[in-house]
Ligand binder design. Structure first.
Ligand SMILES: CC/C=C\C/C=C\CCC/C=C/CC(=O)SCCNC(=O)CCNC(=O)[C@H](O)C(C)(C)COP(=O)(O)OP(=O)(O)OC[C@H]1O[C@@H](n2cnc3c(N)ncnc32)[C@H](O)[C@@H]1OP(=O)(O)O
Length: 288
């Protein structure tokens, strides 16, 4: 099966979950979790995550994001910049309330499939993608950033995969996305320590590509990146990118339901619930 078909294909079980209307947000019409605008100068789409206060990643946000990615694919956009509408936070990672306390199993299964779907669409997009990391990007926030092709970050924020210290083990598709950006040894150090790096450290190890001081500079640097493809036929660029990324994506597509079951089992373990619970409490207590 060729890769474009594979991207559209998923197991019957997965399709049933992704296509079912269950877990529809009642306020979806009232509040957009993902905003899209077009930079009139460059024709590039700017996609802003808009789930206040910290863009924690919920099932509803993933669903809306995937819809936006489908639209951008069919409009054949020149490029996309992913950023945040929240002050100081790009994304705070998975919404911990999807994981704790003791999530409803059906919802968690659907939540995980939509997280996978988001990664498949972002990592495998045909058009060029830039993450403008305009705030902190821990855990799932970092996953979104490393799924893009190019990363531009404002100073003095933190980025990294801090799952291990909270008892969470990253799945292989996350590990491999990180290894597509960093050498294996650096990726392992970052994952096993769970350390969050500041902008300068992230730049020094190659986790991000540019540091900018404001949005205007970010748009200019993004444009430099997008214009490197101006003389490359769109289809050849897209197929080449997918050629580089297809093994990881194909592996997940063939293993989606199992991957979801594995994480559900992990999350439901009393020890994992306990660790996530005390982590969440410490997050809340920080402000007291
Ligand atoms: C779990 C699945 C198993 C295996 C999968 C393993 C790996 C897969 C790879 C991807 C998976 C990642 C797992 C995660 O993403 S778990 C989430 C990890 N996120 C974090 O550790 C970040 C936590 N947040 C923060 O550190 C700070 O909030 C932040 C620096 C982002 C912003 O700080 P700020 O001071 O600006 O805001 P706060 O006052 O802290 O936050 C405002 C309110 O929002 C709540 N909050 C913050 N983050 C989350 C979150 N991720 N989920 C839910 N709620 C969150 C915070 O508690 C505050 O609430 P209130 O106090 O106002 O009620």
């Amino acid at each position: 099966m060729n890769f474009s078909r594979l991207l559209k294909t998923t197991s019957a079980l997965t399709s049933r979950w992704l296509c079912s209307g269950r877990f529809q947000s009642t306020s979806a019409a009232a509040q957009k979790l993902v905003d899209v605008s077009v930079d009139s100068k460059t024709g590039v789409s700017i996609v802003s995550l808009n789930r206040k206060p910290v863009n924690s990643l919920s099932l509803e946000l993933f669903k809306e994001f995937c819809g936006v990615m489908d639209d951008l694919e069919s409009e054949k956009v020149r490029g996309m910049i992913l950023k945040s509408s929240c002050d100081n936070v790009f994304s705070s990672g998975l919404d911990i309330t999807e994981l704790y306390p003791h999530p409803d199993e059906d919802r968690f299964h659907a939540f995980w499939l939509w997280f996978q779907e988001t990664w498949i669409k972002l990592y495998g997009s045909s058009f060029p993608t830039v993450a403008f990391i305009n705030g902190h990007a821990p855990a799932g926030g970092c996953v979104l950033a490393i799924s893009c092709e190019y990363r531009i970050m404002l100073p003095y924020y933190k980025i990294g995969l801090n799952e291990a210290p909270v008892g969470i083990v990253a799945p292989d598709w996350v590990v491999n996305s990180l290894k597509s950006v960093l050498a294996s040894r650096k990726a392992e150090q970052l994952l096993t320590s769970g350390r969050l790096l500041d902008t300068q450290e992230a730049f020094d190890i190659g986790l991000i590509d540019k540091i900018v001081n404001n949005e205007e500079e970010a748009l200019a640097r993004s444009e430099e990146f997008f214009s490197t493809f101006d003389n490359v036929p769109k289809l050849a660029r897209a197929l080449t990118k997918q050629q580089v990324r297809k093994n990881e994506i194909s592996k997940l597509i063939k293993n989606r339901s199992n991957d979801a079951k594995l994480f559900l089992n992990h999350i439901l373990r009393p020890e994992t619930q306990k660790i996530i619970g005390s982590y969440f409490k410490s997050l809340k207590d920080r402000k007291k």
